[in-house]
Ligand binder design. Sequence first.
Ligand SMILES: [Zn+2]
Ligand SMILES: [Zn+2]
Length: 267
Amino acid sequence: MSSLIPHSTKKHLDNYINLIGDEKTFTYAVLELRFAIEAIVYKQIESYGNKVPQQIIETWQPNKSFKMLCYFDEKANKSLDISLAEGDGSENPKTLSYKSIGSQRVFNIKKLNKMYNTLGNFLHLPSLKSVNTPNYDKNVKVIEKIYTNLNDIVSNGNIHIRGSFVEAKCPYCEKMTILPNSILNEESPQHYKCTNQNCCKLLLGSFNCGNIKLKKVGVQVQCPKCKHSTFIDDSSINSVLTAVELDIQCDGQGCDQRITFRPCNIA
Ligand SMILES: [Zn+2]
Ligand SMILES: [Zn+2]
């Protein structure tokens, strides 16, 4: 991720302060808050370095990429204060003297969605349907609240805590794919998507006896000629469901049988 541009959250909040207070520059002030939200999220993602799924980097809407980040790292949406104490392990942890090492201030996903959409609504002309004329004073109050929220994150957060992800080899692309740590605690197999850009295939993942197992998701069909079973993955099945004919060659050795699937209307 070395090519990423450094984002200055503080700069956008300062720009907002300079623009707010004048009705003519209200929209531009709102825009600076939207930029601030984006910069806060991108900065948090940048703190993971290369160890973050590509899909998160490629999602351009900050609320969506943040949601995805929280899926991979359950600590990503927790505002926390971290303190450290020295000891040899024999002491009662409650009696040690702790020194603060920093605070993580991050979004709450629900609030983030609401703030992002509220700001977005101010960046359009009033629709033809709307009957009320924009109320400047009321709108300023709405966005002041958002500013206070963002300012708290920027002023009071000075560290990012990164949870760790786990990796396993994808059976399709044979490359390592990133999985949320939660896979280690799941009792039954769960669906995951390969995080490699050119693959993104659906997988069934489970954790058993200290090993992560990833399996392809799909169906097997038996060839009427050689009786060999050919595997059809989930995305091919989906293409049949969306009315595209699927024609595959049996992959049994030396067999030239073709198997065709057609969408059909049962009703
Ligand atoms: Zn893959
Ligand atoms: Zn065959």
